[in-house]
Design a protein around this ligand. Structure first.
Ligand SMILES: CCCCCCCCCCCCCC(=O)SCCNC(=O)CCNC(=O)[C@H](O)C(C)(C)COP(=O)(O)OP(=O)(O)OC[C@H]1O[C@@H](n2cnc3c(N)ncnc32)[C@H](O)[C@@H]1OP(=O)(O)O
Length: 246
C-alpha cells in the first residue's frame, strides 16, 4: 500500500503540472485515507464454465508478462473517500451526500446479476480484452442482452485501453454496430485496440465476438476519446486507479 500511495503522489504531481499548464476546466481531489480492496474481476460462483476457462487462458498468457490482468477493486471502508473524483468547474458540483452513494456503474449490481467481467491488457500491442458475462438484470429483448449494457461494456473496455496507453480521458464519440444479439448470461470477448492518436484525440476500435470467435456480435469503429491528462501510466498506476474506484 505504501508503494501505491507513492504512486498517488507521483501521479498527482504529474497531473498538477499539466493542470497548472493550462487545462483549466478540470478539478479533482485525492485522499490518502486507508482503503481496503476487494477484487471483483476474479472468478466467483456466478461465472459460467466459459468465463472461467477464458479467464484461466488469459491468466496463463500473463505468465510471460505479455498480458496483464487488471484488477477491479472496491473501497470497503465506511469513511467518505474523495479518492479519484473529477468534475468540471462549469458543471453543477456533485453534492456530498450524492457523492457518498457513487459507485462505478458496471460494479453496482449484486454478484452475477449484472456485469461480470475481467480485463486483460497487452502493453506492446496496445490492446485490451474484456471477458464479459451479462447477467439477468441486463435484459433487453426477451432473453437477450440490452444494447445499452453492451455499449457500456464497450465504452468501459475502450476507456481502459485508452487510460492504459494514454492517460485520463472522456469519451467524445462512440459508434456501435449491433450485428447479432447476445443471449443473456452468455459470455463474449470484447477486444479493443488503440488505432491512432491525433493531438488530444485517441482513436480506438473494438469488436465483440462469441467465445468460439465464430459470431461477430458487434463492432465499434472510429470512436474518439479525448485525453484530459496526457500522462503515460505504468502498470502500478493502473492498479492504483482501479483500486481507487469505489
Ligand atoms: C477515471 C479513472 C478511474 C479508472 C477507471 C477507468 C475505467 C473507466 C471506464 C469507464 C468509461 C466511461 C467513459 C464515459 O462514460 S465518459 C462520459 C461520457 N462522455 C462525456 O460526458 C463527454 C462530454 N464531452 C466533454 O466533456 C467534452 O466535449 C470533451 C472533454 C470530450 C472535449 O472537450 P474539450 O473542451 O476538452 O476539447 P475540444 O472540444 O477542444 O475537443 C478536443 C478535440 O476533440 C474533438 N472532438 C470533440 N468532440 C468530438 C466528437 N464528438 N467527435 C469527434 N471529435 C470530437 C475536437 O474536434 C477537438 O479536435 P481537434 O479540433 O483538436 O482536432
Amino acid at each position: 500500500m505504501d508503494g501505491c500511495l507513492h504512486c498517488v503522489f507521483t501521479w498527482q504531481k504529474a497531473c498538477s503540472i499539466f493542470h497548472t499548464q493550462g487545462w483549466k476546466h478540470l478539478r479533482r481531489s485525492f485522499s490518502t485515507e486507508k482503503v481496503i480492496h476487494k477484487d471483483h474481476s476474479l472468478p466467483n460462483p456466478s461465472w459460467s464454465k466459459d468465463l472461467r476457462l477464458l479467464f484461466d487462458q488469459f491468466m496463463k498468457k500473463c505468465e510471460d508478462g505479455s498480458w496483464k490482468h487488471l484488477p477491479s477493486s472496491e473501497c470497503k471502508v465506511p469513511q467518505r473517500i474523495h479518492s479519484f473524483k473529477t468534475y468540471f468547474l462549469d458543471s453543477k458540483p456533485v453534492k456530498e451526500d450524492q457523492l457518498s452513494q457513487a459507485r462505478p456503474f458496471t460494479r453496482s449490481y449484486e454478484v452475477g446479476q449484472g456485469f461480470e467481467y475481467a480485463m486483460f491488457y497487452n502493453e506492446d500491442e496496445k490492446r485490451t480484452v474484456c471477458l464479459f458475462q451479462g447477467g439477468p438484470y441486463l435484459e433487453g429483448p426477451p432473453g437477450f442482452l440490452h444494447g445499452g449494457a453492451l455499449a457500456t461494456m464497450i465504452d468501459t473496455t475502450l476507456g481502459v485501453c485508452t487510460i492504459s496507453c494514454m492517460g485520463l480521458f472522456m469519451t467524445a464519440n462512440l459508434n456501435i454496430n449491433f450485428k447479432s444479439p447476445i443471449p443473456l448470461c452468455s459470455v463474449v470477448v470484447i477486444s479493443s485496440q488503440l488505432d491512432k492518436v491525433e493531438g488530444r484525440k485517441v482513436f480506438v476500435s473494438c469488436n465483440v465476438r462469441s467465445v468460439d470467435e465464430k459470431t461477430l456480435h458487434s463492432d465499434a469503429t472510429d470512436p474518439v476519446l479525448v485525453i484530459l491528462y496526457p500522462y503515460r501510466m505504468t502498470f502500478l498506476h493502473l492498479i492504483l486507479l482501479f483500486s481507487l474506484q469505489r
